[in-house]
Design a protein around this ligand. Sequence first.
Ligand SMILES: C[S@@+](CC[C@H](N)C(=O)[O-])C[C@H]1O[C@@H](n2cnc3c(N)ncnc32)[C@H](O)[C@@H]1O
Length: 148
Amino acid sequence: MRSPEFKAQPIGIIHCPYTDPKEAPIQGRFSGTRGEIEVFPEYEEGLKDVDGFSHLIILYWFHRAEGCSLLVKPFLDDEPRGLFATRYPARPNPIGLSVVRLLERKGNILQIAEVDVLDGTPLLDIKPYVPQFDQRESATIGWLTGRL
Ligand SMILES: C[S@@+](CC[C@H](N)C(=O)[O-])C[C@H]1O[C@@H](n2cnc3c(N)ncnc32)[C@H](O)[C@@H]1O
């Protein structure tokens, strides 16, 4: 039995220079682009202590993604790949995930770098990037092998 639908609310907005999906890098790690996260004031208290982290994981809604196919031609390949083996933006739940570099926090505003999202992207959550939790030295990368 499927679980019931649930609601998610944006906790902020991501501002950055990209307005055209073709302009944005395929991953922020490949660009130094800077941006700004505006966390809505009612969530500002939750930003206490983020300053000590050099990188943050941000989760957001690909608000300009359209449609969804379970086989897609990803940015780095010509062969159709299973959607869930890619980071393709158009998904059943169009949730994106980026590791960004935190440059500065002033109140509810975070200055960030290594951005790969479009201007106005709704922010769903922020978590600290912790190598001891998030890094896997033994990770293998399937069809991406030899492409990065
Ligand atoms: C391949 S995705 C990777 C995003 C993220 N780092 C991830 O792994 O989930 C990056 C591309 O998504 C597209 N994109 C970024 N923000 C978007 C948005 N709000 N709506 C639709 N497409 C978006 C851009 O074309 C960008 O080049």
